[in-house]
Design a protein around this ligand. Sequence first.
Ligand code: NAD
Length: 470
Amino acid sequence: MEKISEAFRKQREHHPEIKRTTAEERIEKIRRLRDAMLEKAPQLREAIYADYRKSPAEIDLTEIFPVVAEANHAIRNLKKWMRSSRVSTPKTLLGTSSEIRYEPKGVVLVIGPWNYPFSLVINPLISAIAAGNCVAIKPSELTANTSAFLKGFLEKLFDPREVAVFEGDATVTTRLLAEPFDHIFFTGSPRVGKIVMEAAAKHLSSVTLELGGKSPAILDSSADLRKAADRLVVGKFINAGQTCVAPDYVYVPASLGQAFLGELKSSIARHYGETEDARKKSPDLCRVINGRNFERIKKLVDESVARGARVVVGGVFDAAERYIAPTVLSDVKLDTPIMSEEIFGPVLPVLAYDDLSQVYRHLRSQGAEKPLALYIFSENARTTEDILANTTAGGTCVNQAILHLANPNLPFGGTGYSGVGNYHGLFGFKAFSHERAVLRQGRFDAFKMLNAPYTPKVVKMIERVTRFLA
Ligand code: NAD
């Protein structure tokens, strides 16, 4: 506790210096961070592989590449983002000028998850540095090797008065949350998101909550089944389904159900191997993070099968290796646990529908549990619009899955149950900034005419101005 309080106090004291840094100085730090990561890529790959046997290619694609993209985008645009922006002046404020200035929030806390243990800590860190903050980082304890890597890596790059890493489990997070941070950026489950928000309320700290939930995919009758299958298979089985925006389940028109299941089967074979045996040996399928999650996912499948679901592909479980084969289920009942809990594993339920209104009713029945993502597969512009208009989600891809998070010009975040706020690119810079309103009074002061004492002449003037405004 002492250590955390002391580190927090030091960052607070140091922050005025960081606040005054120029765009060039911040860009230099981001560049150094990016280059050091590329230099240490072999050690990073080793750490993540040791945590859950993720393939080096997938580590490059999902951990290193997104950080390079985010860093480069900030390097290119930070000068523009930091510039204060002038806003227009209403006639009633004649004689004044106004601008918005971006100030750092101050000392901020970044709490990371285990599923992309590096990029989901480093990308918020890039935004926080770009905005001029001091940062405390708490990586996930479930990916202990990556957590240790992060600590060593960041300690070499930064003065702890600017960036400090605190390793450990929930007890460490609880201690950190007791400090009055100016902003808390949390990525993780909705359950812990609520704990974070409650702790933040004690200090009125602002929060960004990047949470999860069940992200549906909807195919309509015009969808290109093969392309949809390929994109859903990649979106689902990358990182063994342990992706916040992974398509959780798929809705498909009943008349196309069998054909689509066939496409999913061949797509799995094309991507990960022809047979169950080949897939188990594939270096491209990582493992489930721990025994608890392995048992949780297995139970979801077992319960569904006991209630009549059919295993179309997969259904192979190896507890010793924490391996779950890419699995597709059909005939899943809506009232089974797999349809109410985020699956967060390599299992894809396929649901049949006759009419889109059924799909909308089902999605609305989830009330506040709005999804982080919703995917639409359709070749029909009108149906696409209809689905967009009748649903909501943090983000959506049309005829694609998960890729919306790769465009830094798009905000990334949830809505309701799937999160509060957003980040990436300018949105990340803003998440860690305070928009300070500055009005400057010039020589001519029109407002003076409306000041007390409210003589009949002033009252008339106020009336006239009000009428003029109406
Ligand atoms: P988690 O909520 O279990 O853990 C996240 C962090 O919170 C960890 O650092 C952990 O140490 C800490 N923590 C755990 N219990 C705590 C407690 N009681 N008090 C205080 N801190 C606590 O999440 P996870 O299992 O690491 O990640 C999986 C979840 O994260 C999924 O729901 C997934 O959808 C979501 N997620 C969301 C995004 C996004 O960008 N929106 C990205 C990745 C993961």
